[in-house]
Design a protein around this ligand. Structure first.
Ligand SMILES: NC(=O)c1ccc[n+]([C@@H]2O[C@H](COP(=O)([O-])OP(=O)(O)OC[C@H]3O[C@@H](n4cnc5c(N)ncnc54)[C@H](OP(=O)(O)O)[C@@H]3O)[C@@H](O)[C@H]2O)c1
Length: 324
């Protein structure tokens, strides 16, 4: 099969198409003929940090954390899926390829009204937001949520999910074009953080939960605008992972500071998230209350262009690779 490999650590040019053996599904897995793969910021980080020293070319990494496609083979213990099912799936790696083997319990049906290609934009964002905002952060329908990076793949999905489930939403973005886009989608109070300081604008709002991927000096500012018993959840530290905080801010308001990485979670936790999102979030897709926001689709062979676009941060929503 054809697959994009990270041939060594470096810029987008290290992503190269190579012929690779087709994976074989293990007992509890299915083999998906991939229609499309989502591109995630995490793939860019993996590409920059991959250490291939001393490894042969077959061991190079195929990036990609989510796909959509058709099941063409099932493992011997799989009973919940069948050949021919169209699914989208969360995977640990290997999505930039024509075929991928994945745990059957990490596959979900294509929501009604969403194309097979567009469904590739769903798993990573929905699983991450569900796990962090709703499980760790315990966001309630009458609470207020701030998501930084509102036009990221995570932001565009997380804001829609929280709004559809009854929360009041706030967000920050880096350009006026992004502000306009989110305003057109009616996604809560949006500010351009390059023009206004979010910690001033949102100071009086008493935000209950903040989902942050920026870190650095945002952390103390986030803690300061949280309501009593507020929760700050970090899923990245794009500015910096090293932060200075004042513990008094946490102690005086009984705050919780937490965070997670989705990729290294156990298969059992991912299965639990899959069951919960199918129950709680899939009906929101089916009733058209939420939808993936797709910015641009590239053919698989242009994976390096897709990474360049992601690193420009110009995009609004998701970037996809298709196998057509
Ligand atoms: N922990 C986990 O399990 C997990 C899972 C998925 C994603 N994530 C993280 O969540 C974030 C969003 O992921 P994504 O795939 O949706 O990314 P994405 O679409 O590329 O969005 C990232 C956005 O963050 C904003 N940003 C703010 N500060 C930035 C900075 N210092 N450097 C670069 N961008 C900055 C940019 O928009 P502006 O122009 O508005 O600044 C950019 O568009 C990423 O940091 C990713 O690593 C974590």
């Amino acid at each position: 099969m054809k697959a994009i490999h990270i041939t060594k650590s470096g810029g987008p040019e290290v992503l190269q198409m190579k012929e690779t053996p087709r994976p074989k599904p293990q007992k509890s897995q299915v083999l998906i003929k991939v229609k499309a793969a989502g591109v995630n910021r995490s793939d860019v980080v993996t590409r920059k940090n991959t250490n291939t020293y001393g490894k042969n070319s077959e061991e190079t990494i195929i990036p990609g954390l989510e796909v959509s496609g058709e099941i063409i083979e099932i493992g011997e213990t799989v009973t919940d899926k069948k050949i021919g099912d169209k699914v989208c799936a969360l995977i640990a790696s290997g999505g930039y390829a024509e075929y991928v083997a994945v745990e059957s319990s990490h596959c979900l049906p294509i929501p009604e009204g969403i194309s097979l290609t567009d469904a590739a934009a769903i798993p990573e964002t929905v699983f991450t937001v569900w796990f962090n905002v709703f499980k760790l952060g315990k966001l309630q329908p009458d609470e207020k949520l701030l998501i930084h990076g509102g036009t990221s793949g995570i932001g565009t999905m997380g804001l829609q999910m929280a709004k559809a489930l009854g929360s009041t939403i706030y967000t920050t973005v880096g350009t006026d074009k992004k502000v306009d886009f989110l305003n057109k989608m009616n996604l809560g109070k949006v500010i351009n953080y390059k023009k206004e300081a979010f910690e001033d604008v949102f100071k009086g709002e008493k935000i209950d939960v903040i989902l942050d991927m920026v870190g650095g000096d945002y952390t103390q500012k986030n803690l300061e605008i949280l309501n009593k018993k507020g929760r700050l959840i970090n899923i990245n530290g794009m500015k910096s992972n090293d932060v200075n905080i004042n513990l008094r801010t946490i102690m005086s308001k009984n705050l919780i500071l937490t965070g997670s990485f989705l990729k290294p979670q156990s298969a059992e936790i991912k299965t639990e998230i899959a069951e919960e999102v199918e129950k709680n979030i899939w009906p929101l897709f089916n009733s058209k209350k939420i939808q993936p926001v797709i910015y641009k689709t590239f053919p698989l062979a242009q994976a390096s262009e897709a990474h360049q676009l992601m690193e420009s941060s110009e995009h609004i929503g998701k970037i996809l690779l298709t196998m057509d």
